[in-house]
Design a protein around this ligand. Structure first.
Ligand code: SAM
Length: 259
C-alpha cells in the first residue's frame, strides 16, 4: 500500500468517526422539512448529511473531490435508491440545475480545495449554488464567522485536530500549526502535519500548507445579494442563537431563497 493511500484512507475514516455534529444534521433535517425535495449536496464528504436526508425520504445527489470520503457514503447508502453520488471538483464541474435545495454544509466556505484565489472560490460557490436551484429554491449555508483579533499574534500554536486508529490498523495524528493570520486581508496561513504509523510500524509524516480566507458576514452578504439569494433565516448556532461575529466560534447559519 502506498503512503498516499494509507494517509487519505486514515483521514476519511477518522473524519467520519470524529466529526458527527448531530445538532447540525438535525437542524438541516428540520429546516428542509418533511415534504420530499430534490436536494444537491456539494462537497458531501462521507455522507454525514446526505445519507440522513435520503433516509428522511428526500432525493439526494452528492459530489465530492475526495474518493476516500465517497467510499464512506457507498457503504452507508447500500439499499437506498434515492441517493446518488459521484466524484467531481466543485470549482471546475457543472453542478446541474433545477434542484429544490442546495446544501453547502460542514464549513465548506473555509474548506475549499482549489487553485483559485480563496475569495474567488468562495464567491464562485455561492454563484454556482444559485445556478443549481430552480426559481424560489433554497440554500443551506454555514461557516465559521467571527472576528479573530488574537489570531494575528504570529505565535505558532500547535494542536491535534484528529487522532486515532482506522479499520486497517493505521494509527495517526492530524496536527494543525497556526500562527500567521492578517486582520487586514483576513488571510490565514497555517500548516498541517500528519504523523502516521501503519500496521507494519514504519512511521512516516506528511506536511502541507493551508492558505484560507476568512470572509466577514458583510462580504458573504454581498456575494449572496449579487447572486440573487435572499436570507430567510440567519442564526449563530444550531440552537438558533442570534448571529454575532464578536463571539468566538460563532457560525453564520443561513437559509436563503433564490429570488
Ligand atoms: C469539512 S468536509 C465537509 C463534508 C460534508 N459536507 C459534511 O458536512 O460532513 C469538506 C469536504 O469538502 C470537500 N471539498 C473540498 N474542496 C472541494 C472541491 N473543490 N470540490 C469538491 N469537494 C471539495 C472535501 O473533499 C471534504 O469532503
Amino acid at each position: 500500500m502506498d503512503k498516499d493511500f494509507i494517509r487519505k484512507h486514515w483521514y476519511a475514516y477518522i473524519y467520519e468517526q470524529q466529526v458527527i455534529q448531530a445538532d447540525e444534521v438535525n437542524f438541516i433535517l428540520s429546516i428542509v422539512g418533511n415534504k420530499p425535495q430534490n436536494i444537491l449536496e456539494v462537497a458531501c464528504g462521507g455522507g454525514r448529511i446526505a445519507v440522513p436526508l435520503a433516509l428522511a425520504g428526500h432525493k439526494v445527489t452528492g459530489f465530492d473531490i475526495d474518493e476516500y470520503m465517497l467510499e464512506k457514503i457507498a457503504a452507508k447508502a447500500k439499499g437506498l435508491s434515492n441517493i446518488s453520488f459521484y466524484k467531481a471538483d466543485a470549482v471546475l464541474h457543472d453542478w446541474g440545475k433545477d434542484f429544490d435545495v442546495v446544501i453547502l454544509a460542514g464549513n465548506i466556505l473555509l474548506n475549499i480545495e482549489s487553485e483559485l484565489p480563496y475569495e474567488q472560490a468562495q464567491e464562485l460557490f455561492i454563484k454556482k449554488a444559485a445556478a443549481s436551484v430552480k426559481q424560489n429554491g433554497y440554500m443551506y449555508l454555514d461557516f465559521d464567522c467571527y472576528e479573530r483579533p488574537d489570531q494575528a499574534s504570529n505565535k505558532k500554536q500547535e494542536w491535534v485536530c484528529f487522532e486515532g486508529t482506522d479499520d486497517l490498523g493505521t494509527y495517526g495524528k492530524y496536527i494543525v500549526i497556526s500562527g500567521d493570520y492578517s486582520n487586514q486581508t483576513h488571510i490565514d496561513k497555517s500548516y498541517r502535519r500528519y504523523e502516521i504509523i501503519p500496521k507494519n510500524g514504519e512511521m512516516f509524516s506528511f506536511e502541507t500548507t493551508s492558505i484560507k480566507h476568512f470572509p466577514t458576514f458583510k462580504q458573504v452578504k454581498m456575494w449572496l445579494d449579487n447572486a440573487g439569494w435572499e436570507i430567510i433565516h440567519l442564526y449563530g448556532d444550531y440552537q438558533k442563537k442570534p448571529m454575532d461575529e464578536k463571539v468566538i466560534g460563532n457560525r453564520a447559519i443561513i437559509w436563503a431563497k433564490k429570488s
